[in-house]
Structures are given as structure tokens and as C-alpha cells.
Design a protein around this ligand. Structure first.
Ligand SMILES: NC(=O)c1ccc[n+]([C@@H]2O[C@H](COP(=O)([O-])OP(=O)(O)OC[C@H]3O[C@@H](n4cnc5c(N)ncnc54)[C@H](OP(=O)(O)O)[C@@H]3O)[C@@H](O)[C@H]2O)c1
Ligand SMILES: [Zn+2]
Ligand SMILES: [Zn+2]
Length: 361
């Protein structure tokens, strides 16, 4: 069957003929892949900066943001049925008996780093016609979300972040409304802004952008405020946003992030989700930051990957977002490319917010 794969040793990426998978355990299901979203990680993989093939393969089938349809189920599958639309999680546990996180199904907190990830690290991904997976890694999506459900996986980044935030803020009296600044108006930031709005936050999105008016329209239609980095310094942004309770960093630029940390308010939480490319060292006033973190009881946390229950909250929040702001949610998907043209959004700068590869119509 058709798949798109990267050959890291040969520095090649192209369509291949990949063997069709078969159900080999009673708790597995077989899925027909409908769509695969493309993100920065995929673009890094196809430019050979990252991506590790499974053992015994010289290639890795790429793709980790999927939407698919169940076409076959093993005899003990009870959570999904034929015809269900499902999203597959990405990370699989490491094999170490000592890894408490993986042993409890929380490989998103793996201690050893020896986890695998579909489409990224030592497990084939989803940019192919058929996939077999254990049912515990599947989340069912309502049919009415069919046209936007490929956004579930990137939305889980915000869901896990919000879960960590609510754990952390159990440490103090924390009221119902707060001010959040989202850094970066890419798909991670815009989906984060939606999740924060649904969670009741007043939201400001601070970013530079080639497509100001599009982003501005999306942000204002969800009841948030867009602050353009081109015309507002970080200090000016902080004046507009007022005391900041939460920063949701989705910009991947440490220079901006560390400027903004200095404006975090009392008892504030700064959530890092960005993975910066390595650039030169930057100057940061560390005394100021350290003093502020201590005197203001601030927390700085990182968030990566997401467990199945965060996929469930992402599906719920996507449903809420579609009820409240259907046009804004749909506007996050810039373009769809047939799998025969998958290399276009993967290897050239096609712009936009989220580009999607259609595997099956
Ligand atoms: N934690 C996780 O699980 C996870 C998962 C996936 C991705 N990520 C990370 O999340 C981050 C965001 O991902 P994304 O796909 O949304 O990225 P993206 O599409 O690149 O969006 C980032 C946005 O921030 C803007 N920006 C970049 N540098 C800036 C600066 N110095 N000042 C102001 N704005 C700036 C970008 O503008 P330009 O377009 O002009 O650059 C863009 O609008 C990335 O770092 C990615 O690695 C994390
Ligand atoms: Zn992704
Ligand atoms: Zn582990």
C-alpha cells in the first residue's frame, strides 16, 4: 500500500510501497487513514534533523497527527466499532520495568527517554493507507467533527498543559477568571488560545505573523485580543495584557519567552511548549527572573505529548469550539493536499496555519 517515508541514511523522502499491516492481537483494530496533519516536527523529519526508523527498517513512515476510520476489529475490541472515526495517540511506552510512568500508561512522562513515537521515533507513522493499533491508543471522535478532527492531536498539547496548570494552581486560592498570554500564533498557539478561552481565560495572543489580518480575525472571533509583535514591544504587550496569570508559550523563540517571563504576575505560571532551534546565546537578566519567581511564587513548567484522557478533552473542547466559533476553527486548516502531493507542504514553505494531507477521501 501507499505510504510517505523518509530514508534518513540516504537523505531521501518519497512515496513508497509499504506492507499492509494485519491484526495480530485480539485487542487491536485496523484503521483506514483519512487525513494527516503536518507540523514542524514532520518538516524537521523530512529535512533529516530528526526521525528514527523502526528496528530493521531503513525508512520511517511519517505522520503523527491523524484522523482515521475503523475498518476491522479484533475479537476482544470493545471501545471502538466498524465505521467509528478515531484519533490515534503518538507515544508508546519504553520497555524498562523501572519506568513507573510508562508502566502506568503515562509514557507522556517517561523517565528513561526510551519511549517510541509513531511517525517520529522508531515506529511507523500514519501517512499511509491502513494502520493497525491497540484499542487503548484510540479515541473516538463524533462524526460531526469529521472536517476538523485532524486538529485533535495538536490541541492535546494545550489540554495537557491546562491539566498541569490546574494541578499546580491547587496550591492556592485561584478564582474563576484569569488573564493568559499566548506567545505565537501558529497552530499550537491558536489552538491553545481556544482551549484557554473555553477554560474561561481572558486571552491575549502575542506573535509576529505574515498573515496578520487572518490571524487577527481568528483571534478576535474567539473573543481574544491579537497583539502584533511587529508593532508592540514585549513591554507594550505586558501593559496591554495587564497582570499576567498564565503564559502559554507556543512561539519556540527563547528570546521572546525570557523577555515575557519578566512580566509574569504574582502566583503566575509560565508554560513552555516550544522547542527552539539552537541559536546563539542570548542575554537574560537572571537575577531579576530568579528574584521574581521566588517573591511571586511563580512556576515555570514544560509540557510535551499527551495521554489518552487529554485526547478525550481535546475532542470535547474541539466540539465546544465548533459550536462557538465554527468559522475560526475551520480557518485553522489552510489547505488539504492529496497524498500524491504530500511532499509539497512537507518540503516547501507553503505558508498558512495547518496543512493537511488527505490519504483517503
Ligand atoms: N510541546 C509539544 O508537545 C509540542 C508539539 C508540537 C509543537 N511544539 C512546539 O510548539 C511551538 C509552536 O508550534 P507551531 O507549529 O504553532 O509553530 P509556528 O507555526 O512556527 O508558529 C509560531 C508563531 O510564532 C511566531 N514567532 C516566531 N518567532 C517569533 C518572535 N521572535 N516574535 C514573535 N513571534 C514569533 C511565528 O511567526 P513566523 O511565522 O513569522 O515565524 C509564528 O506565527 C514550536 O516551537 C514547536 O516546536 C511543541
Ligand atoms: Zn505535530
Ligand atoms: Zn518510560
Amino acid at each position: 500500500m501507499l505510504a510517505v517515508a523518509v530514508f534518513p541514511a540516504k537523505r531521501e523522502v518519497h512515496a513508497i510501497d509499504h506492507p499492509e499491516p494485519a491484526i495480530v492481537s485480539p485487542t487491536q483494530a485496523k484503521m483506514r487513514v483519512l487525513e494527516v496533519g503536518i507540523c514542524g516536527t514532520d518538516r524537521e523529519i523530512v529535512s533529516f534533523q530528526y526521525g528514527i526508523p523502526p528496528e530493521g527498517f531503513e525508512y520511517l513512515v511519517i505522520g503523527h497527527e491523524s484522523l482515521s476510520e475503523v475498518v476491522e476489529v479484533g475479537p476482544q475490541v470493545s471501545k471502538v466499532k466498524l465505521g467509528d472515526l478515531v484519533i490515534m495517540t503518538v507515544r508508546r511506552p519504553c520497555g524498562h520495568a523501572s519506568c513507573l510512568a510508562c508502566r502506568e500508561g503515562r509514557q507522556d512522562y517517561c523517565y528513561t527517554g526510551d519511549y517510541t513515537e509513531r511517525g517520529i521515533k522508531q515506529q511507523h507513522g500514519y501517512m499511509t493507507e491502513l494502520v493497525v493499533e491497540e484499542e487503548r491508543y484510540l479515541s473516538v471522535v463524533p462524526r460531526q467533527l469529521r472536517d476538523v478532527a485532524v486538529l485533535v492531536e495538536p490541541l492535546t498539547i494545550a489540554e495537557k498543559s491546562l491539566e498541569q496548570l490546574s494541578c499546580v494552581q491547587q496550591r492556592l486560592p485561584w478564582g474563576a477568571t484569569h488573564r493568559a498570554v499566548v506567545l505565537g500564533a501558529g497552530p499550537v498557539g491558536l489552538l491553545g488560545a481556544m482551549a484557554l478561552r473555553i477554560a474561561g481565560f481572558e486571552v491575549f495572543v502575542y506573535s509576529r505573523s505574515h498573515s496578520h489580518s487572518d490571524k487577527n480575525e481568528i483571534v478576535s472571533s474567539i473573543g481574544a485580543q491579537y497583539i502584533a509583535a511587529e508593532t508592540n514591544s514585549v513591554d507594550e504587550m505586558a501593559k496591554i495584557a495587564g497582570p499576567i496569570d498564565v503564559v502559554y508559550e507556543a512561539v519556540g523563540a527563547s528570546s521572546v519567552a525570557f523577555d515575557v517571563i519578566q512580566h509574569l504576575g504574582p502566583n503566575g505560571v509560565f508554560i513552555f511548549t516550544g522547542v527552539p532551534g539552537r541559536k546563539g546565546p542570548i542575554e537574560v537578566d537572571t537575577d531579576y527572573i530568579m528574584k521574581d519567581v521566588v517573591l511571586n511564587n511563580q512556576v515555570i513548567l514544560g509540557s510535551v505529548n499527551a495521554p489518552p484522557h487529554c485526547f478525550a478533552s481535546a475532542i470535547r473542547d474541539l466540539g465546544v469550539a465548533m459550536e462557538r466559533w465554527p468559522a475560526a476553527v475551520r480557518a485553522l486548516i489552510t489547505a488539504r493536499y492529496p497524498i500524491s502531493q504530500a511532499l509539497q507542504p512537507l518540503t516547501s514553505d507553503v505558508g498558512g496555519i495547518k496543512n493537511v494531507v488527505t490519504v483517503a477521501p
